[in-house]
Design a protein around this ligand. Structure first.
Ligand code: HEC
Length: 137
């Protein structure tokens, strides 16, 4: 019994940090509390801008005001530069929205099969830079 416990404790000590490192985001963390691991640098913003222009512009619009030409008809993608966030306003919330999508209809789909976590964080940084230009807090 004691031996099993020790083995379990050892496995936990060895395996848990390894899995945290690999996943970046520990499973089960509340989205709001996930810290943005990518510093807000010009390089990150630029990479995020490129990904945004490729994947998000069709719906959210070139400047992220929600006026993209390919937004499905009955759907109004939100302005991503203003101060109002329906699905949470922390970096972790925005990251989770992009990574997991928004159910139940998923007109805002999940992008985790398309992008790595680091790429999604770059987009979060890009959106932050736009919001600052737009004067949102
Ligand atoms: C097919 C159109 C479409 C595409 C492409 C799309 N979105 Fe969305 N997005 C939406 C819609 C519609 C909503 C609102 C969904 C809702 O509230 O139910 C939304 C919501 C969001 C929100 C939540 C805003 C808030 O107020 O909380 C974020 C953040 C977001 N999108 C980011 C992105 C990013 C980043 C990309 C590119 C990787 C992207 N979207 C691609 C349609 C789209």
């Amino acid at each position: 019994m004691t031996r099993t416990l020790i083995a379990a404790a050892l496995a936990w000590i060895v395996l848990v940090p390894a899995s945290l490192g690999a996943r970046q985001v520990p499973p089960g963390s509340p989205p709001s509390l996930i810290n943005n691991p990518v510093p807000l640098t010009a390089k990150s913003i630029d990479t995020g801008r490129q990904r945004y222009q490729k994947y998000c512009r069709p719906c959210h619009g070139e400047d992220a005001h929600g006026d993209g030409p390919l937004a499905p008809k009955d759907v109004h993608p939100p302005d991503l530069t203003d101060a109002s966030w329906t699905h949470g306003s922390s970096d972790g919330d925005i990251f989770t929205t992009i990574r997991e999508g928004i159910g139940p209809k998923f007109t805002m789909r999940s992008w985790k099969s398309q992008m790595t976590d680091a790429e999604i964080w770059n987009i979060v940084n890009y959106l932050r830079s736009l919001a600052q230009k737009a004067g949102a807090p």
